[in-house]
Design a protein around this ligand. Sequence first.
Ligand SMILES: NS(=O)(=O)c1c(F)c(F)c(-n2cc(CC3CCCCC3)nn2)c(F)c1F
Ligand SMILES: [Zn+2]
Length: 263
Amino acid sequence: TACSSKYVLSQMHPMWQGPLAVPGGDRQSPIDIVVRKSVYDSELKPLVTDYDPETCQQIWNNGYSFLVEYDDTTDKSTLKGGPLQDQFRLCQFHFHWGETNAWGSEHTVDRRLFPAELHLVHWNSDKYSLFEEAVMEDNGLAVIGIFLKVGKRHEGLQKLVDALPAIRHKGSIVEFTRFDPACLLPSNTDDYWTYHGSLTTPPLTESVTWMVMKQHIEVSHDQLAVFRSLLFTAAEEEVQKSMVNNFRVQQPLRGRTVRSSFS
Ligand SMILES: NS(=O)(=O)c1c(F)c(F)c(-n2cc(CC3CCCCC3)nn2)c(F)c1F
Ligand SMILES: [Zn+2]
């Protein structure tokens, strides 16, 4: 898909630190969400997701995370509502996690870290015709962020966990079909924080409307351990590096307001 063909990885250090902020960047991600400073906005609507599992295509290790990619050539898997004016197409979802359960998420809530964070990446198909185009525009992307906590096993996640050994190395890809990403959403998707930010990996473009869910999902310790069995490195590299701590350092708020859909 447009999204997959271009998810090429720049030679990024695993612990993507990169420039603290993009030159002139005043809406970088991730950030700490300071609950008491967020502003309730009664105009914010519930999110409306409409995902078709038939658009699920493949799962691959891009050397930064693992991605589940969807066919985004038609409006079959969409997101609208929330703070969004337009309709957005799902192109991929991926995760960020730590080497231990003590950290791993990119966003935090009052400095609280979670062991992992799921990102569902969508692009504005009302205004643009390709992901690559949308990724460069102010209102081009919409990403849903969902925190993961260690607890009971997540039945829906297991199909994905079982596919990971086949993509241990950077660059490996396998067919992955009929996976409904709705199974990864928390039961309550009405309560979220939203702010204008950026990709947390290169090209770090400031094109993302973020919606971070208030409610986390639970996965088991063992399921998360399989994430950590992935490798940043390709099969032919001598030194293999575990794919862990693939999160970006937090960025300055620069006067932005984080709005909440709940009071
Ligand atoms: N963490 S995040 O902010 O949710 C997040 C995203 F939203 C992304 F869209 C990407 N992304 C990066 C590219 C490379 C493209 C390479 C060609 C030019 C456009 C980017 N594809 N998708 C991404 F890597 C990422 F981490
Ligand atoms: Zn991400």
